[in-house]
Design a protein around this ligand. Structure first.
Ligand SMILES: Cc1cc2nc3c(=O)[nH]c(=O)nc-3n(C[C@H](O)[C@H](O)[C@H](O)COP(=O)(O)OP(=O)(O)OC[C@H]3O[C@@H](n4cnc5c(N)ncnc54)[C@H](O)[C@@H]3O)c2cc1C
Length: 434
């Protein structure tokens, strides 16, 4: 069978390896770090932050939606699909603690949210009427309007005369975390995709999947043993992507095909041309308290800096996430922790009496590429690499924004391109809902 080398052990590289491995190709993967998963992984925080304990934490909480068909297929291929817990409720919490719950009811899609949406306290009748009209327009304009990659989501919402509260408490709350970009910097096409696939296309597609184990454990599995033709090398940075192979530790490793699944900012270092994309940051704050702070499994926090909070362990270990977190970039770790605790106090009064046992802040300045207007044409297709070298990564033209689903889609697309070039065409990509 043809031999394929893969650079990068993030989701893009791993998914290409699993797909090609299961189709019988001989695959060797090279990852610079000592573990798999790239940006979607776990590690032990520094002892100073962890109170000396060696607990494995995610670099940041990662969630998926049930409409992430390729990511779920990848987990199934690894045998870890059952480690994802799905939640049917979204909790919107206002300062003061009042909770609005969005969940599906008995009506079929796209009307499945009608009952709970009408009962949401955090929006008034006027906001809801405008949102409902905009969702209807989104359904109508999807696939028809040609300027959605050129205008921002905020432009589109303003065209649809959304109220400031509807924008802040509904659209921004959902989309900034889904796309990791502010509404005025996000191409409308991505907002359309999230709301179409996640909220309108099918009644269960919005359900939020949260891994029940640290992310790194999802790839650290026996599944690789079932693929003896796949070999992953860790602590093995690729130094150069050459005409007929990879240079690793100064040695040329030859192969029939190569896949480059590195972050776009690493391409120049291995001799490849990088696209002109920009980054958007994400900040994660891990807080461990001496008592239970919240009983909800997760919540989206309205009107403050902290956007989401996840209950990681009996309401005592909380993980907060701020997407598109440019405003936090200049702040020191202590300032971010103080801000997180100050925000939490407004929603969960138990924080006032609780003692903070330890805290850890993750500032990912290069979390994802910025899904700005006119960016889609800058994202290369898998075939845009060197001869017999294909590209993968959440920044390639996967049809999705920079997400785990986007990364796996890119891996499957690159694997299909290799199979095609080798004269053994195969289909790995799971199509989106129509
Ligand atoms: C803080 C944060 C929160 C996020 N939250 C979510 C979320 O909730 N839901 C979601 O769907 N997505 C989320 N994402 C996005 C998601 O993590 C990424 O889109 C996805 O993991 C990217 O996968 P990838 O394989 O394309 O790239 P990466 O994960 O970056 O993988 C690239 C790999 O290449 C390796 N590498 C680099 N240089 C070399 C070299 N020279 N040789 C060999 N290996 C090399 C790197 O070590 C890395 O392992 C989040 C991202 C971040 C940073």
């Amino acid at each position: 069978m043809p031999k394929v080398l893969i650079a990068g052990g993030g989701l893009a590289g791993l998914s290409a390896a699993v797909a090609l491995g299961s189709a019988g190709f001989e695959v060797e993967g090279f990852e610079a770090r000592p573990f798999a998963g790239g940006r979607a992984t776990s590690y032990a925080p520094p002892a100073s932050d962890s109170g000396g304990e060696c607990e494995l934490i995610d670099n940041c909480q990662h969630i998926l939606l049930r409409c992430c068909g390729n990511l779920l297929d990848f987990y199934a291929r690894l045998g870890v699909r059952d480690r994802i817990r799905f939640h049917r409720e979204f909790y919107f919490v206002e300062p003061g603690g009042r909770i609005s719950v969005l969940r599906r009811g008995r009506l079929p899609a796209p009307f499945h949210f009608t009952g709970s949406f009408l009962r949401m306290h955090c929006l008034d009748r006027h906001d809801k009427f405008r949102i409902a009209r905009a969702l209807w327009a989104l359904r109508r304009e999807r696939g028809r309007r040609k300027d959605l990659d050129r205008i921002s989501m905020l432009d589109w919402l303003n065209q649809k005369r959304q109220t400031p509260r509807a924008i802040d408490r509904f659209w921004r709350q959902v989309l900034v975390s889904a796309i990791n970009e502010d509404l005025d910097r996000m191409a409308a096409i991505h907002g359309f995709q999230v709301f179409w696939l996640g909220f309108l296309a099918r009644a269960d597609s919005y359900e939020m999947g949260v891994p029940a184990v640290p992310l790194g454990k999802l790839y650290d599995v026996d599944a690789w043993k079932r693929l003896p033709n796949v070999c992953l090398h860790f602590r093995s940075p690729v130094e150069c992507i050459a005409e007929d192979g990879f240079v690793v530790a100064g040695e040329l490793r030859r192969a029939d095909y190569r896949i480059c699944a590195l972050p776009f900012e690493r391409l120049a270092a291995v001799g490849m041309e990088a696209p002109k994309l920009e980054h958007s940051p994400i900040t994660g704050v891990h807080l461990w308290f001496d008592r239970e702070i919240m009983t909800l499994p997760h919540a989206t926090l309205l009107d403050r800096t902290m956007q989401w909070v996840f209950n990681k362990d009996r309401g005592r270990y909380l993980q907060l996430v701020v997407s598109a977190s440019r405003d936090l970039t200049p702040l020191a770790r202590g300032e971010i922790i103080d801000m997180a605790i100050g925000d939490l106090r407004l929603y969960f009064p138990k924080v006032k009496d609780a003692k903070l046992l330890k805290a850890h802040v993750v500032k990912e300045q290069r979390a994802t590429f910025s899904a700005a207007p006119e960016t889609e044409s800058l994202r290369p297709t898998p075939e845009a690499g060197l001869p017999k070298a294909f590209l993968a990564g959440d920044w390639t033209r996967s049809g999705w924004p920079a997400t785990m689903e986007g990364a796996v889609r890119s891996g499957y697309l690159a694997a299909e391109a290799v199979a095609q070039a080798a004269g053994r065409p195969a289909r790995f990509l799971v199509p989106d809902l129509a």
